[in-house]
Design a protein around this ligand. Sequence first.
Ligand SMILES: C[S@@+](CC[C@H](N)C(=O)[O-])C[C@H]1O[C@@H](n2cnc3c(N)ncnc32)[C@H](O)[C@@H]1O
Length: 269
Amino acid sequence: MKKKKKLSASNADINRLYEESVQCTEFEVDFINKLFKRYNNTKCKSLREDFCASALISAEWVLDNKENTAVAVDLDKNMVREAKKNSQMKLSEDQQDRLKIYYGDSSKFSKDKVDCVLATNFSYFVFKERKKLINYFKHAYKQLKNKGILMLDAFGGYEAHQLLEERTKHKNFTYVWDQSSFNPITHDIKCHIHFEFPDKTKINKAFTYNWRLWTLPEIQECLKEAGFKKVDIYMQGWNDKKNEETERFYKVTKSDADPAWVAYLAARK
Ligand SMILES: C[S@@+](CC[C@H](N)C(=O)[O-])C[C@H]1O[C@@H](n2cnc3c(N)ncnc32)[C@H](O)[C@@H]1O
């Protein structure tokens, strides 16, 4: 039997490592389904995944139900090519027909209206000026049907203002989240993702993000200014016994001043 090559900087695919490190598509699909049903008492069928990268959530969406459709948009031509290749490999013909992947700027690209627009892993932090952020939210608003929801995530807490490297061990590699600069005057934040391997090789700066670390009050104000009537915040639960986050997110209006938190925002028309 052929021995499987050990994962190392020379043979690793950074997109697969990224997905394994930061994405959980089943969770996202389940969460969208639950929230939409709670708000509208009907099923969410059409999804638009902005800043889609390899469009994994969209692929999971069309797999989840045979009535589901998805539109995925990214501004990186290589990512779009990669997303199309993945969808051909993973999905049946019918599923591929229900998933359309486009190259485009998520703040400008228009297609058929959908039930839910999703922007995950803080991608909209790329819009650093208030005007540009509101412009993106206004565009997302226009892409939604009457009872549609825009779902976003955000991160914060005092550790988000610190320069730090956080290591997470996976089976064959270590994921490193590197907050390499933060300017408290502008909230400009620069983050890198590095990968380290058991043979001591590394992929430095596999991904780099130049963002503005938007705060939850700012994001809510911008969403309202863009026309959204109601914005709910969902914070991750905490298990006191295990001293770790739970898998569930809860709708809250008040929260502890945790050192680091991740939240979801659900904005309704
Ligand atoms: C942090 S990754 C997010 C990937 C994925 N959504 C996730 O949840 O992991 C950001 C992605 O946004 C894309 N991007 C950046 N600016 C964009 C824009 N204006 N319109 C569409 N995509 C954009 C990048 O090419 C990159 O693939």
